[in-house]
Design a binder for this molecule. Sequence first.
Ligand code: COI
Length: 357
Amino acid sequence: MALHTDKISVETSETSKIDTVDFNNLDFGRVFTDHMFVCDYEDGKWQNPKVMPYQAMTFDPSARVFHYGQAVFEGMKAYKDDEGKVFLFRPKLNFERINKSSARLAMPAFPEDYFFEGLEILLKLDNDWIKPGVGNSLYLRPFVIATEPAISASPANSYRFMIICSPAKSYYNSAVRVLIADHYSRSANGGVGAAKAAGNYAAQFYPTSLALERGFQQVVWTDADSHTLLEEAGTMNVFFRVNDKLITAPTSDRILDGVTRKSIIQLAEDLGITCDVRPVSVAEIKEAAKDGSLKEIFGAGTAAVISPISAFQHQDELFEISGVDAVDSYAKLFKQALLNIQHNLSDDKHGWRYEVK
Ligand code: COI
């Protein structure tokens, strides 16, 4: 059992960049706070954990991450209520998932105490970067990369775990139009689709850029075998509302087990809305769009929160979804319910809020 007994050392930044930031005009993920958390894995154990000023780092060009993509990450958010209390949302799920992702890429598990203590120190130092008010959050990006300078194709012996933080508003500024994949695939049976592996995102960039050229911001991925089952949108899991029922695909080794997805399924149960978790076919959603029973499609993810989808294209058929702006849309209902819990504005009957004291 690897020991991890080092205390987290703290070096604070002498100056702050905060006054240079326009918090009302934030482009997702471009501005970072004053501090970051860093911990290295060497000689079979995680060691030398430290919170330090945010800065560029130097890596050997042969570091394995650059050659074999041994890299995983998480997406989390910190929220502040009107009294200045700071909360995370179900952070244990992110902690568990990063280690699951690491295991799939033959990377070592990160210790829970370092994960939470590092986060808490960081959030205390960068507290002013967390703005109160629904719609504001501090996006937290834990990640692990293989740092060993060696290019034989095998798992590294050294790694770096880091957390960086970026103030965030919305990821998508308006409803998203999506293209349903019928050629490219995001993941395969037995592959790494369920892991938050950096390469899963890189693999989407080219097909997504082709979709963008056609006016679609995201691809909704389908199963790699037949392209007949709807899976996820890469930055979001996807929900379909047919009449008053929700449908979403089950997680598998091809689909990310999203924290927001899981929370919506629970909220639906709380609200008495049926949510079927089962394979969803492209054919049934097209059929529902044609007969008028498809009321909504929305994506769900930490960065995206809940993003309505206003249109989808499959092969040569385009479907516009009319209910996107309806005041009683499920997307609005679930988004509000989630934000209220996250910002300490409503009861938290499932204990999802985690106060950072
Ligand atoms: C998140 O929602 O946190 C994600 O990791 C998606 C990312 C591509 C922005």
